[in-house]
Design a protein. Sequence first.
Lengths: 647, 105
Amino acid sequence: MNEFNYVYLIPLIPLLTFLFLGFFAKKIKEPISGYIGTASLATVFILSLYTAYKYFFVVGLVDGKYQAVRVMIKEAWLNFTDKLAIDVGIIIDPISVMMLIVVSTISFMVHIYSLGYMHGDNGFSRFYAYLSLFTFSMLGLVLSSNLFLIYVFWELVGVSSFLLIGYYFETPSAVAASKKAFIVTRFADMFFLIGILMIGYFGQSFDFQTLNSEGMIEKIGHMIANNQIYSFMGLSLFTWALMLVYIGGMGKSAMFPLHIWLPDAMEGPTPVSALIHAATMVVAGVYLVARLFPLYFHIEDGYALGLVAIVGTFSALFAAIIALTQEDIKRVLAFSTMSQIGYMMMALGVSKYEGHEGLGYMAGMFHLFTHAMFKGLLFLGAGAIIHAVHSNFMDKMGGLHKYMPITSITFLVAALAISGIPPFAGFFSKDEILTAAYEYNKVIWFIGFLVAGMTAFYMFRLYFRIFFNKKKEYEHAPHDAPFSMSFALIFLAILATTVGFIPFSEFVTADRIPFQSHIDFGDPLVIGSILMALFGIGIAYIMYYKETNYPQKLAKTMGVGYKWAKDKFYMDELYIFVTHKIIFDRISKPIAWFDRNVIDGFMNLIGLTMEKLSDKTKGLQSGRLQDYAMYFIGGVIGIIMLVVYFK
Amino acid sequence: MIEGVTLVEIMSLTTILFFIGVYGFLTRTNLMAMLMSLELMINAEAVNFVSINKYLSPAILQGQIFSLFIIALAAAETALAVAIILHLFRLTNTIDVKEVKTLKY
């Protein structure tokens, strides 16, 4: 399988760019560093497309199935035991190739966009260096061939996310947000690491191909049946390991209740939000579940997968409710991202494994793909608006359609795509998710259906309030963004319109065997979801197209519910309560007291006793020679006595 | 072997000599006098060695050779001690051990 040997270049190029820009950030002036970063990403983009073309069309199906190709860079890089070692290698299979496309496309567009957006910023070169670091880590993450390597890159994307959120390090809120994001995801990663070690212990391998193989699944199933794996609370430890790994994914993908870092992460520059906190890094959790999907599905009848479905569904609903009420446009988009990732998790959770049954898996991956395009576009559009208006808040906007037609139209395309209106991309993926959910469980389907309507409503609330509604006074007339920014917007808008037509089920499926799927427009489910989206848009149109007092009235009728949603259900306050009042006050402070008074106190007591004792005995060392002689003779006599009388 | 004198008598003599030395060492404060007391103790031991050798195993001479060593060692030690005492006198203008007690805690 040597034809994919060059693939290691894909993460390597951004790494070299990062090192180059990082070391010479001060020397290289503004546009040059941007051009270097963009050129390297263009290479990566082309290489990724070439890889995808080669994988799907040149190599294509072998025995009716897409094969997973492994390129080993170093075997047994780190030995744990004789059997268990960490390799460094690249895995190329349908989902990693798909992720390559997603990451390189969005990253490339963000690089181009930032040429305009970050223009005149002091840290321009630093920004591009960080972007390259992130791209390297993310590409490494998707290509990792084993669990441990994915963990290494997992932490690397965490670090680059931290650096980029805290990019405006003069702003205290950005620093706080970056710390929060890092700590929350690190907290989740602790569980991830424990899960990895448990899987390694029971499976005797970290390699994805080995872990996902039928032999491994049979072996683990056998071990569970024979009680060779301990169980805890009625579940085998292997299932617990999978759940722990999923907690890691929840942290990165901002699933409830570990989502609190995502809205704050919007403190970073907007292109960063588009790249990291909308399109690529936050879907790492989805990718992780998809990577280990055979394990999740087969071990103990997919108990762990049930958790994925429940957490995903709940997060989708929870985030959508909050998104209805937010005023900061980036926060609306952040909660929308969380909601859509919940959708993807839900899709994976409701999926089955083989053939057409694996629709949910395919739909989840498809939604990941289309979501990256339209959510990236939404964020970049929001960036263009913020760039023009110098504010994040919707109150300061309105009537912008006249001033910024390109932004308005591209934003509309993205909003239609996320709402699920055909023929835009989101329709296809969302509809397949709902179909899969309907087959699995009616309650989950209904929540998904409701969320679809809410999504359409809050997206168009955003759209109408920014671009129509009442015109506001602006200090200077807003205008469309410079060419580099508009180019990225238009490019992504084209993608958001067209990628839905990709016959995804022929490329990415759970068992890697393609199947046919097509959407039947006569199906009541399809009609229902389109109507639901139109209904949401309709309400948004009535309430927000012109300035009305409906929103205030509605908020008043909702009363407490509205306030709770607006304050994000007090999750931040809950966390602060738990950490400060319970953990710090009830656990950390007593521990600190114990440490300071008991542990240190014991040591001090020993020291003090010694000091007192030596103070008492130091008189013996009087310096008088004859005293010493006296002691000496006394001692000798004593010893002689002992020897003579007590032998 | 001396006619009419037993080992016990000789050892009694050396014991008395030794403890006179000990008494002198502990009570006298003059360093020179302490040195002399020390010599007494050493000589008591040397006599012990010779006499025990003579009375118990006259065929071999280790005890007598040891006493020769002791005499040589005592001479060397005296030389050293006197040198130290002289130096001390130069520094402190006294050779009274009660006055010289800087070597303490």
